[in-house]
Design a protein around this ligand. Sequence first.
Ligand code: DQA
Length: 150
Amino acid sequence: MQTIMILNGPNLNLLGKREPGIYGAHTLADVESLCRDACARHGHALDFRQSNHEGVLIDALHEAGTRQAAGLLAGVVFNAGAYTHTSVALHDAIKGASVRVIELHISNVHAREPFRHHSFIAPAAIGVIAGLGVQGYALAIAALAGGKEA
Ligand code: DQA
């Protein structure tokens, strides 16, 4: 059974109490259980993580690339939070690890402030989901489980 990694970046631990008008009322624990159900439906195991630290996210992407190369991992659903808009290092980590990544945003970043319109992750990702709320995680899992290739 292959694993799907869900990787959440900075401030996503605050889901549920963080700007609920933008991100909704679901907590990160709710997102984890939604992802667990979606992975189970598709016959995959779940590896669910969150970190506020860029280097920890980079290490997770490297680990994911190694596990993918060994046939153990289908890919990563990555909500990089604000690092999406700032981090060349995360872009390089995805490319360097040759890992299949779907970029995910709960909110529609393109309908928000101009500084959220640029993504360093998107050019290294196989696809992007934004603005569909936490259900976007389930859609991204379905895409990875369906074997979407880089
Ligand atoms: C976010 C959008 C980012 O712009 C923001 O910095 C986040 C969350 C989202 O899920 O909508 O932290 O990635």
